[in-house]
Design a binder for this molecule. Structure first.
Ligand code: 6MZ
Length: 339
């Protein structure tokens, strides 16, 4: 099964750049700093609180405080996903400014896009797109600025900048405050991938679900057994909003009690669009191959089921239909006879 999951062409639709940074990239970056001696990722099988997960991002951000580091991380993350046979990758990242190093948010996004373009120029067997992330901790004005930035870079890179993400500590703020910002993004043709109900959030969820977003990140607590409501479930089913599901992330962050009770089962049994993703492959010491393996073992999925899950994920990508069509050929070539 391990070999099958590795060779399977895969689609990654939920990967935060700074959470995806590998140990080898960390080593390169630490070498440029003095006196940084931290544990940047969780060991396999460990658990943490979500607060502790967010503390890791803060540490990594100290390493990626300049454009060279942002470029390096993005470049390495793309290469690593490609080595893992990910053939279509949507990265997301929160533009950051750091006065001491002269990094502005524009320079941040520029560094990410340069890394994507450089990988493209190397003819890697992977297609990469970018979503700009709004960190809910930073408030609506920053959200507004992020959408403006996305609009600007979409004009110069229409083939790369495809959407907006809402992420950050789910226990902070009210997602409803961002609704006008999301509507503006949508009007401009940007897609919406929103972290929703990663923890129980009865107040904001319904209004955000009704936008509707183009995809939901996690949705851990949407269904009644996990603290959600039947109304949430019905709304997601009505809109057919795909779910980006990250098993190891939810397990380590303890937003699910155990994998048997992961929301994947609930939605997959309803034949609802489910996409297996890594979230933060560096911080959670995983890979997309491992996430597929974990899904196979936990939910008793056959190679044919996995092949179908992976191929169907292409349907929910934020790219042009002709690119999806072209990429689907890779699945047919990888496993003839599977339908
Ligand atoms: C919510 C998350 C997250 O943007 O600096 N992020 N937000 N829930 C999660 N589940 C564990 N994992 C990552 O990548 C790091 C940022 O992504 C968001 C957080 O805002 C984090 O600071 P970038 O590339």
């Amino acid at each position: 099964m391990e070999e099958f999951c590795k060779m399977l062409p895969k689609v990654e639709l939920h990967a935060h750049i700074n959470g995806s940074v590998s140990e080898s990239t960390i080593e390169k970056l630490v070498a440029t700093k003095q006196k940084l001696d931290h544990q940047f990722s969780f060991k396999k099988g460990s658990t943490a609180t979500l607060k502790e997960c967010f503390e890791k991002f803060r540490l990594i951000h100290q390493l990626t405080d300049n454009v060279d580091a942002v470029y390096q991380v993005t470049y390495d993350v793309i290469q690593e996903f490609c080595d893992d046979n990910v053939r279509y990758l949507e990265l997301r990242s929160t533009p950051r400014e750091v006065t001491e190093t002269g990094m502005t948010k524009e320079l941040y996004v520029d560094a990410v896009l340069r890394a994507i373009r450089d990988c493209e120029a190397e003819n890697l067997d992977i297609e990469v797109k970018l979503l700009l992330a709004i960190d809910r901790r930073n408030g609506v004005q920053v959200g507004q600025d992020t959408v403006k930035l996305a609009q600007k870079f979409r004009e110069s890179h229409p083939d790369l900048v495809v959407g907006i993400d809402l992420s950050g500590d789910p226990s902070v703020g009210d997602g409803r405050d961002f609704i006008p910002v999301f509507k503006e993004a949508k009007d401009f043709g940007l897609k919406l991938a929103l972290h929703l109900c990663e923890v129980p959030a009865l107040q904001e969820t319904m209004d955000l679900l009704c936008l509707p977003p183009d995809r939901i990140g996690h949705g851990t607590c949407l269904h009644p057994e996990a603290g959600g409501t039947q109304e949430f479930v019905d709304t997601v089913l009505t809109h057919k909003t795909p779910l980006e599901l990250c098993l190891t992330s939810n397990l380590i962050g303890q937003t699910v009690p155990d994998l048997d009770n992961h929301q994947f089962k609930f939605w997959y049994e309803k034949q609802h669009p489910c996409i297996i993703c890594t979230d933060d492959k560096g911080v959670f010491s995983t890979s997309l191959t491992e996430e597929y393996q974990l899904a196979a073992v936990t939910f008793d999925l056959s190679p044919n089921d996995l092949w179908r899950l992976s191929l169907d994920s292409m349907n929910y990508a934020f790219c042009e239909e002709h690119l999806k069509e072209k990429l689907r050929e890779k699945w047919k070539a990888a496993k003839p006879g599977m339908e």
